[in-house]
Design a protein around this ligand. Structure first.
Ligand code: FAD
Length: 415
């Protein structure tokens, strides 16, 4: 590249969206990853673009739920015992941030980003020729018991206050939408304005290809080579060193690997998750992603088959995979969904990068001129990638941002 205005480190959905938005604004951008775009966390998610999200992912409430997790019988959450002592302060902070009052604060702070999520994806998919991956059929949450349905009542009340359409269905109403489900649930809620994609990897690849047609350059290299050199930021790509004034760190769960050596320690943890694809039984299939709320997993129709994704596992990012949750929930999943033969021999594992307040970090890095951050999107990085890309690109190019970036500033941890 003759001139590089900015380097984006990390070509997941977040970094690729940032790079594309910067290129659309005329900057000469290099997008660096050690793999090809979209192959890590952004590959393995459930594909839901959920602009209706209101509350942070809940902390298990009540003695029964905690007891099931502690005794490793829960399907929605799991943990590595040896890792828990390190995580206790973060977990306590997380719990404090998921009270009724704090959840409403979160809903208000995140609304502008979530509200933009589907439209921002659709705009990028349109220009990237990727609309064929988009499904605008909403998603369905199933409640096996009336008690579980009642327990989620607050979400529905607040959704009404925020004008987020949703339809409460009885069993027959849900079966009219998804006829392949077994009738072993009591209620369902259809969120029609959620969207989904049937191949998250292909979507990131399409955005990266669009970035390249705008003159962006995708390069291979190790982001950990980032350093200050000759008054600029320098990173070593396979093709040679690249120097720029501005660098964006969008390395998802690996972001701390680059920030720590620069003296920037923000309290990110990971919630690991697994997926596995199954062939549908016979001609059965799903039209949209479906969540089995009590058991805490999702089944989403993908080009590869029916993708079953798990809830959170609290463990060190790099510890070997332990997909026990998946094994625990398979009897429940087999009873509800038309799951045939497993497609892969081993489940896929990824790590959701999470802050205890469930907000992402989007904006300038404290006390590091020219360093920008876009990470920590937790359960909703696919949903929020394009909206994040637009917001950060607007901030970096001095355009009035489409929403107030203040709540997502890294300074909330360093002030
Ligand atoms: C099981 C599961 C289900 C999910 N379901 C959904 C869902 O339905 N909807 C939703 O919105 N979100 C979902 N998510 C969350 C979502 O997938 C993530 O929030 C999102 O993918 C994070 O994107 P990212 O770009 O920040 O990170 P990543 O996609 O992980 O990208 C980071 C990139 O950095 C690169 N990298 C790392 N280290 C280096 C290095 N040293 N040098 C160079 N490159 C490096 C990696 O190769 C990678 O490409 C789910 C997550 C999981 C695990």
């Amino acid at each position: 590249m003759a001139r590089t205005d900015a380097i984006v480190l990390g070509a997941g959905i977040v970094g690729t969206s940032v790079a594309l938005h910067l290129a659309k604004r005329g900057l000469a951008v290099a997008l660096l990853d050690r793999r090809a775009p979209g192959e890590e966390t952004s590959y393995g998610n459930a594909g839901v673009i959920e602009g209706n999200t209101l509350f942070p992912y809940p902390f298990p409430a009540g003695f029964d739920a905690l007891f099931r997790i502690a005794t490793r019988r829960a399907t929605a959450a799991s943990y590595h015992l040896s890792f828990l002592p390190k995580l206790v302060p973060w977990l306590l902070d997380y719990r404090a941030n998921t009270t009724v009052e704090r959840s409403i604060v979160y809903a208000n702070l995140m609304r502008p980003l979530f509200a933009a999520a589907v439209a921002e994806h659709e705009a990028l998919m349109t220009e990237a020729g990727a609309l064929r991956y988009l499904r605008k059929e909403g998603w369905l949450k199933l409640y096996r018991s009336e008690a579980a349905f009642a327990a989620a009542g607050r979400e529905r009340e607040v959704a009404k206050e925020f004008d987020l359409p949703h339809a409460t269905l009885d069993r027959d109403g849900a079966l009219a939408l998804e006829s392949a489900l077994a009738p072993i649930f009591a209620r369902a809620v259809h969120w029609p304005n959620a969207a989904s994609v049937i191949n998250p990897l292909a979507v990131t690849r399409a955005y990266a290809a669009r970035f390249a047609t705008l003159g962006g350059v995708v390069v291979n290299g190790d982001a950990r080579s980032l350093r200050r050199a000759d008054g600029k930021w320098r990173v070593d790509a396979k093709e040679g060193p690249i120097d720029t004034e501005d660098v964006v760190v969008a390395l998802g769960p690996w972001t701390p690997d680059v920030l720590k050596p620069l003296g920037l320690r923000l309290p990110m943890a990971v919630k690991r998750g697994y997926h596995r694809h199954f062939k549908p039984r016979g001609n059965a299939g799903l039209t949209r992603p479906v969540v089995d709320v009590e058991f805490g997993y999702c089944v989403a129709p993908m080009e590869q088959g029916l993708r079953l994704t798990t809830g959170a596992e609290f463990a060190a990012r790099d510890a070997p995979p332990t997909p026990v949750q998946l094994a625990r929930l398979m009897p429940a999943a087999n009873a509800l969904f038309p799951l045939g033969e497993a497609i892969e021999t081993q489940p896929w594992m990824g790590s959701r990068p999470c802050f205890a307040d469930s907000l992402p970090v989007i904006g300038r890095a404290p006390e590091q001129p020219g360093l920008w951050l876009a990470y920590g999107h937790a359960h909703w990085g696919l949903t929020l990638g394009p909206a994040t890309g637009r917001l950060l690109a607007e901030m970096m190019t001095g355009v009035t941002p489409f929403c107030d970036p203040g709540p997502y500033a890294a300074e909330r941890f360093t002030r």
